[in-house]
Design a protein around this ligand. Structure first.
Ligand SMILES: C[S@@+](CC[C@H](N)C(=O)[O-])C[C@H]1O[C@@H](n2cnc3c(N)ncnc32)[C@H](O)[C@@H]1O
Length: 322
């Protein structure tokens, strides 16, 4: 509820809130706004004018960019820093569904720029351009922005878009901050138990940005080195067989008994967890909203939870060492 000078019982009875024009003007003008023209009514319209305490977007004010991780799904995984960044932003940029995921936090005074799937560079350029023009921008990303997400492309494009070209320049001219978020893999691991408690690697099965041969090499090397794995982007309409291909490669270096967790929509309304083994894994159980956790030789199911032991048995000391 916004404090207004002229609340109306008749308006409250009609629309459920005692002020429309004055409240909307104050909200749109942002924090510490002041009403400079109280509501003026006519037959067809009611108008009020509020003055912002600072320029809302654009102009002389120094902009900034925060690249904000929203966590994998529900509000329970949002960090306090992410909430602060979103509330302080006067422009919010992101892939449409990620912007929708924070609809409960947005206010009418915020400019919202919704991007298309895959158009990461365009979103980064839009966010950087707004920040350069003086807006306080939150560029939202699912999970953690530094994990297969927006942080890298944005930082790569910053010197060019901000027009400074040197390494220190962009952050001096327009501060850029990466606000970490809970990534899908640790969120899924927490639901399953502690499968990533030991050394592990996060890999992507998407070949949009790297060749499939490189992904195969990474799978063999990481699993062969005894790391547990978190497989992002395991499967999608365009890559229906990637998880099946990854499973076949992993079976070359791992026993079929290794525990596997397919975690889908973690933290969201359709959350589902399937615990299985590499041998029994049905790759079609994963979707583009799944992350797949593959254990190591130290992973076991203990009391229904998937746990990777951190204390490995040491070889007995040789007689010379005693
Ligand atoms: C482009 S990556 C983005 C990763 C994100 N930055 C993170 O840190 O979680 C998209 C992939 O993240 C994983 N993912 C994102 N949200 C998820 C969720 N709620 N549950 C399971 N996996 C999720 C899936 O593997 C999906 O294909």
């Amino acid at each position: 509820m916004v404090d207004v000078p002229h609340p109306s019982a008749a308006v409250a009875a009609a629309v459920g809130t005692p002020s429309v024009a004055e409240a909307a003007a104050l909200l749109a003008a942002g924090p510490d706004a002041r009403l400079v023209v109280a509501k003026q009514t006519s037959a067809g319209a009611t108008v009020a004018v509020a003055q912002a305490s600072a320029q809302v977007g654009g102009g002389a004010r120094r902009g900034r960019l925060q690249i904000v991780g929203l966590g994998p799904g529900g509000a329970g995984h949002r960090t306090a820093a992410a909430l602060t960044a979103l509330r302080a932003a006067d422009a919010v940029v992101g892939y449409g569904p990620y912007v929708d995921a924070v609809a409960d936090l947005l206010t009418p005074r915020q400019r919202v720029v919704r991007g298309a799937m895959g158009a990461e560079a365009e979103r980064a350029i839009a966010a950087l351009s707004l920040a350069r023009a003086g807006w306080r921008v939150a560029l939202v990303s699912s999970g953690d922005p530094g994990t297969f997400a927006m942080a890298a492309v944005t930082l790569e494009l910053a010197p060019e878009v901000l027009g400074t070209g040197d390494d220190e320049g962009p952050t001096r001219a327009v501060p850029i901050e990466v606000i970490p978020g809970v990534s899908a893999a640790p969120a899924a691991a927490a639901r399953a138990g502690a499968p990533l408690a030991g050394p592990h690697a996060a890999l992507t099965l998407s070949d949009l940005l790297l060749p499939w041969e490189a992904i195969e090499r990474q799978l063999r090397a990481a699993a062969g080195a005894g790391l547990a794995l978190a497989l992002y982007n395991p499967r999608s309409k365009g890559r229906p067989d990637h998880l099946a291909r990854a499973r076949a490669i992993l079976l070359e270096v791992l026993p079929p008994t290794v525990p596997v967790v397919v975690a889908t929509d973690v933290g969201g309304p359709a959350e589902a967890l399937v615990t299985t083994t590499l041998g029994d894994l049905d790759p079609t159980a994963a979707t583009m909203r799944s992350v797949v956790l593959v254990g190591s030789s130290e992973t076991a199911v203990v009391g229904g939870r998937v746990v990777t032991a951190r204390r490995h048995p040491r070889p007995a000391p040789s007689p010379e060492d005693r």
